[in-house]
Design a protein around this ligand. Sequence first.
Ligand code: N01
Length: 548
Amino acid sequence: MPDSLTREAPRSGAGSGTYDAVIIGAGFSGMYQLHLLRDRLGLSVRVLEQGGGVGGTWYWNRYPGARCDSESHSYCFTFSPELYREWEWTERYPGQPEIMRYMNWVADRLDLKRDIAFDTRVTGARYDEASNRWQVATEAGETLTATWLITAVGCLSTANVPKIPGLEDFKGRWYHTGQWPHEGVDFTGQRVGQVGTGSTGIQAVPVIAAAAKHLTVFQRTANYSVPARNGPLDAEFKDWVRQNYEAIRTTTQSTPNGHPFVIADRSTWDVTEEERRALYEAAWEKGGLQFRATFRDLLQDKAANDTAAEFLKAKIRSIVKDPATAAKLADIDHPYAAKRPPIDTDYFEAFNRDNVALVDVRANPIERITPDGIQLRDGTEHKLDIIVFATGFDAMTGPLLRLNITGRDGLALKEAWAAGPRTYLGLQAVGFPNLFTITGPGSPSVLCNMPVCIEQHAEWIADCIAALREKGVARMEPEPAAVDRWVEHVNEAANATLLPQAGHSWYLGANVPGKPRVFMPYAGGMARYREICNEVAAKGYEGFVLNK
Ligand code: N01
């Protein structure tokens, strides 16, 4: 990829100054929010971005095999039919370099980069009650002030590197997938250890295996995966996408998780066992996240879910030739899709290679990292040249808390959320006036195809700011009772599904030691959430306190 697509020319910092709005982050959300506030509302806006270019999560996640699990014709902006029809995706699922090309193309088409300060890390944001303005501090010592502060920092941008004793003494190289070197990593002739088998790890294994001398995969929790069936898109499909822009957009906006397919309107129990198997087989052949949409009750009814789980475990046993390895890979302890379901290209097949080994670190945990590799509790040492941590993120709250946000009366967001995040609609928190969190905890966010929920949030926020300005409202924050009701509703929505049953899922914050266990995303579905947000706005921003 040409360097211009990965790193912008150096700019002279953020520049202290006074703005209507400051946006933190230049991924999908920050870019669209900038466009709406600047070009539709005519506000003065500055975007502060830690990376050297646009792209957000895609700027950092350059690990081998990095590819989106959403289909390309739905993993993009849809607010403009012209932009939508003009860009042509090449594969069913876009790879990281293609997504970066797309995001740079959009940023250039909308002339966004002139208002983005790259390489600019926010170190703190403080609400000043006297002036009713946010003061945003950067690492370079600048201070920007703004009426509106909007976080567009993503849900999965704070890398979780496990605190394993001895890492500092490791003589080889180590990397976290979410902070991958821009120049890539040469695995040729190397003995590689990979910790983690989530969506990221499952994408990385086959690619690293093909390049390395040897790959040892350290698995703590076995995972389901369905083949992605990725491949180039033909001209006919590309035409169909261009011609069906409206229909595709209607589908993604009306389904619970924002994907371009509908969930089947049949129960697992409406069909015979034979028919069920045939439907699962067809979904497996089609590939992708759509497998989850085979029956409408897979995420609500444990017995229904068991039928999918058994089908997928049998697939693992049929692909993986060594029965002991297959047994470890199929020893899955949670319902299918209760954790974010991965999709893959030859993940289970990779374990049939001579140079790939699986180590069960649930049975025999990692004890420490030695200068030469990874040592397990029973004393076994795996000698390694490179360790890859595909160990995920301090999800959803991590990227917000590290901004050091302080609201009214000196209240730190960290204190306010000490027992877990509390928001109204995932958009605002009590004590933090005029602060909006795009895809914040309590919104569908990670349970939805991200660009779909990002567009909804950015549009709702822009409409809200426009309405408040028109009414002369200077300050907005939620009523405590509205937050209580919303938190209760988020819990109810989660408990109506099997999602909380994956006790170690990052949806619950369980992957980060010491993090409060609270189910963070809103599981009631994106379409329903959109209706609720529209209703709140139509009722004059019901549940918010508005001050002139
Ligand atoms: O992270 P994860 P991820 N010792 O948290 C293991 C999105 N995404 O980066 O389950 C040993 O899911 C951990 O084990 P356990 C997507 O939303 C999107 O893979 O905690 N193992 C688990 O196996 C996804 O869900 C796409 O027991 C340790 C793994 O590391 C989200 O990002 C692609 C450990 C972490 O899995 C996060 O996925 C990729 C330890 N100390 C990701 N600590 C696209 O759509 C953690 N683990 C492109």
